[in-house]
Design a binder for this molecule. Structure first.
Ligand SMILES: Cc1cc2nc3c(=O)[nH]c(=O)nc-3n(C[C@H](O)[C@H](O)[C@H](O)COP(=O)(O)OP(=O)(O)OC[C@H]3O[C@@H](n4cnc5c(N)ncnc54)[C@H](O)[C@@H]3O)c2cc1C
Length: 420
């Protein structure tokens, strides 16, 4: 083998690429990681609002269940090869201890994504891996069904082992412009259509401008099309200048994007999912009685953020100034009906680039889950978000990138060791 082919080339220095490079280098393989930006892993830096929700706590089988069935099956081997405890251990060894929040999300104690990136970069370099910044790969070379190298701006790098970790196709300004996905298509890989996931929802009619920044804790958003509910998500909801964000809206965005391709999708909010209609009606009656003639607007303001109450009561034509003791049973039940099921409107759009994750990508059917090697091109290993994987919020996506990156790095290094 010519001298210059004796290295593993990793394309993309994000979560998957850094772990792959570290693992391969720690097994003794020479590793060159190409990162197009002037710093690695920008998405880790901005993840969790800069605090980096690095993984999720709990058994790995449970972690798998957070993904779609086909993703869960594919990830099983990787999740057991490199677990949430493994990423926490290597971070702790590098001086970045982590902690678990009550909801299971894991963060660095410092709450700085920067520390996570620093630790991963250090590990690659300590094991002798080279990280080349400002180095954009422009394609993958092949010969006779085997990888032959990588093209870069201004040249070629020969290699028989290439790990593709270029990420998804959203948040393009972070460097993820979908390069690897289009190269995959060039090697006869099936590309599952790209859609936004974990993205805010734009709605029509637009949310009143005065509502910006208002949060609803623990509501249930649901989607319906053709009169049938297609998905629902429990969690906090945030009204923004664009529409609706927060965990519940982000959680729905993947199925909303699919449904939107077929027609209109309606969005509905249950402000109090823990109570059924009768219980909520009982609670409202109690509050009205306790209010001793208070205006109904003030009573409902005790249940919801003040700014949204006049608008909501307007929808069901109940004047907020109505005194509690003159409110009819029918009007009270209309209020409860609205609190349980407010039809916000139709989904007007979901911006691809605003997806924290890209759903779709290189089909899992053509990647061997135990090695991450392509079934179509020998010597090409694929890991992370470039694959058709998109988990929910909570640290699942970084863990999927770490685990698949680990398996790709390990398999590429094994194959490299056999070849020398
Ligand atoms: C705002 C935001 C917040 C998020 N928060 C969380 C969170 O808290 N927890 C969580 O689990 N997930 C979070 N995610 C998702 C998570 O960051 C990604 O799923 C994860 O980073 C994917 O890892 P990856 O290595 O596959 O891709 P990336 O981390 O995107 O890395 C891909 C790398 O490849 C480089 N690259 C691309 N093309 C080329 C090329 N041609 N040549 C060289 N380099 C190239 C890119 O510059 C990039 O550095 C968040 C995402 C966003 C956008």
């Amino acid at each position: 083998m010519p001298e210059q082919e004796k290295q593993i080339v990793v394309i993309g220095g994000g979560a998957a690429g850094l772990i792959a490079a570290w693992k391969a280098a720690s097994m003794g393989a020479p590793v060159l990681l190409l990162e197009r930006n002037n710093k690695p892993a920008i998405k880790i830096l901005i993840s969790g609002g800069g605090k980096c929700n690095v993984t999720h706590d709990g058994p790995m089988d449970e972690m798998g269940k957070a993904f779609l069935k086909r993703e869960e099956r594919f990830l099983r081997y990787a999740f057991h090869s490199f677990t949430n405890d493994d990423i926490r251990s290597i971070l702790a060894e590098s001086g970045v201890p982590t902690f678990v929040q009550p909801d299971g999300r894991v963060f660095p104690e410092s709450l700085r994504g920067n520390d996570v990136v620093g630790a991963l970069v250090d590990r690659v370099r300590t094991k002798g891996g080279e990280i080349r910044l400002n180095a954009r790969a422009t394609g993958i070379l092949s010969s006779d069904g085997t990888v032959a190298g990588v093209t870069v701006e201004g040249g070629e790098i020969a290699s028989r082992h290439v790990i593709l970790t270029t990420g998804g196709a959203s948040y393009k300004k972070t460097g993820t412009t979908g390069d690897g996905i289009s190269w995959g298509a060039g090697f006869s890989h099936t590309i599952i259509p790209l859609r936004p996931a974990l993205a805010p929802l734009r709605v029509h009619p637009p949310i009143p401008t005065g509502w910006r920044g208002i949060a609803i804790r623990g509501g249930r958003l649901s989607l319906s099309a053709g009169g049938r509910q297609i998905d629902s998500w429990l969690g906090d909801i945030l009204f923004t200048h664009e529409g609706i964000s927060g965990p519940a809206a982000l959680g729905l965005s993947r199925s909303a994007a699919v449904a939107l391709e077929k027609g209109d999708v309606a969005l509905c909010l249950d402000f109090f999912p823990a109570a059924d209609f009768t219980e909520l009606d009982g609670e409202l009656r109690r509050l009205i009685l306790a209010g001793r003639g208070k205006q109904i607007g003030s009573v409902v303001c005790g249940m919801l953020p003040d700014r949204i109450v006049p608008f909501l009561l307007g929808i069901i034509q109940v004047p907020p100034s109505t005194r509690g003791y003159v409110l009819t049973r029918d009007a009270r039940r209309r209020i409860v009906g609205l609190l349980k099921s407010w039809e916000i409107g139709k989904i007007a759009g979901i911006d691809m680039d605003r997806g924290e994750v890209t759903a779709g990508g290189i089909s899992l059917d053509e990647i061997v889950p135990q090695t991450m090697e392509s079934r179509n091109l020998r010597g090409l290993y694929v890991a992370g978000e470039v694959l058709d994987i998109a988990g929910p919020i909570g640290g699942y996506n970084l863990q999927a990138a770490f685990s698949t990156g680990f398996v790709a790095g390990m398999s590429a290094a094994r194959s490299w060791l056999e070849s020398v």
